[in-house]
Design a protein around this ligand. Structure first.
Ligand code: NCD
Length: 315
């Protein structure tokens, strides 16, 4: 067997799950397992990124993803700088490309980017010399979220292949859903999406999923129930009659969870809207993996940074 700690991604950047092979995904997950162990020790530092500069460039609000990338970079020894748009020249009208070129001139080694427009991170990656990691672009991709979800699933179920995963809620606006669909299909899981028609992208079947419009049918026998946040900040207009009605039909509560397999596990990428897409008792209940997902997030981001670092110039 290959040494997990020598794993290297084939590309310079990580823009999406699309394009990663099953071998690359497994390589990242195996490497992340080593960081899960490291992160539980008192001494958590490695030196892979010593002397390197990592800039977290966030054009959209974030708590867990940004802090997770910051901790990951610091544990690997990088100098990490956080730049959020509220305090940057973007507020003064600078374009994305000018921002990128300005930052590039400071010779960062790694740029971690979140942007509200789909495709913005790939565009920026073409303009800079360093390696770029997508921390979420519009409704397109959020690769490290799908990887941390996969790690969480694999640790709890022992495998991904053959599992039935129901992704429920606001699929239309969700980059988490898109990255998860790509990853789970590549790894041989059976993927379902469960949502009202207004929250499903047209032609969603072509992504390789089975579509359900009721929770009762969609959760039937599912091994993993993955809930999505109702992304109201992305909605121009009305997609649901009311929050109360949405919860009634699509919110995960005990009665609906009973349709899933008896040992089904519940996930949510956060931030959660309790009482909107998920009942508090379920979010905090015995079947919930939500807190473990956050822990896996740091390990997975360390694995991504570590594997990309091996390809940096002079590495
Ligand atoms: C997700 C995101 O930003 O896409 N959250 C996250 O990264 N923790 C999901 C969401 O915002 O609902």
């Amino acid at each position: 067997m290959q040494d997990p700690s020598a794993f290297t991604l084939s590309g310079r950047d990580l823009i999406g799950i699309e394009g990663l092979s099953a071998g690359e995904i497994t390589g990242l997950l195996d490497l992340a397992e080593e960081f899960v162990e490291l992160n539980r020790q008192i001494e958590k530092k490695r030196t892979t990124l010593r002397g390197r500069t990592q800039i977290n460039l966030f054009f959209e609000a974030s708590t867990r993803t940004q802090s997770s990338f910051e901790i990951a970079g610091k544990r690997l020894g990088a100098d990490v700088m956080n730049m959020s748009v509220a305090s940057s020249s973007v507020k003064k009208g600078e374009t994305l490309i000018d921002t990128a070129i300005t930052l590039n001139a400071m010779h960062p080694d790694i740029l971690v980017v979140r942007h509200h427009a789909s495709g913005a991170v790939a565009l920026l990656a073409r303009k800079v010399d360093c390696c770029v990691v997508n921390a979420g672009d519009g409704a397109h991709e959020h690769p490290t979220q799908a990887l941390l979800d996969a790690l969480t699933i694999r640790r709890n179920k022992g495998r991904i292949q053959g599992l039935t995963v129901a992704i429920c809620g606001d699929v239309l606006h969700s980059r988490v859903a898109r990255s998860n669909i790509a990853l789970l299909n590549t790894m041989g899981a059976k993927v379902r999406v469960v949502a009202p028609s207004t929250l499903l992208p047209s032609g969603v079947e072509s992504l390789g999923v089975e579509v359900f419009r009721t929770m009762e049918a969609g959760l039937e026998g599912a091994d993993i129930v993955m809930m999505l946040r109702l992304q109201r900040e992305r909605m121009a207009g009305s997609f649901i009659p009311s929050v109360k009605e949405y919860f009634h039909y699509f919110g995960l509560d005990e009665a609906k969870l009973r349709y899933a397999a008896p040992d089904a596990l519940v996930m949510h990428p956060g931030p959660m809207n309790r009482g909107v897409e998920i009942d508090s008792a379920i979010a905090d209940g015995a079947q919930s993996l939500i807190r473990e997902q956050v822990e896996m997030g740091v390990a997975v981001r360390m694995a991504v940074l570590d594997s990309l670092a091996r390809k940096l110039p002079n590495a």
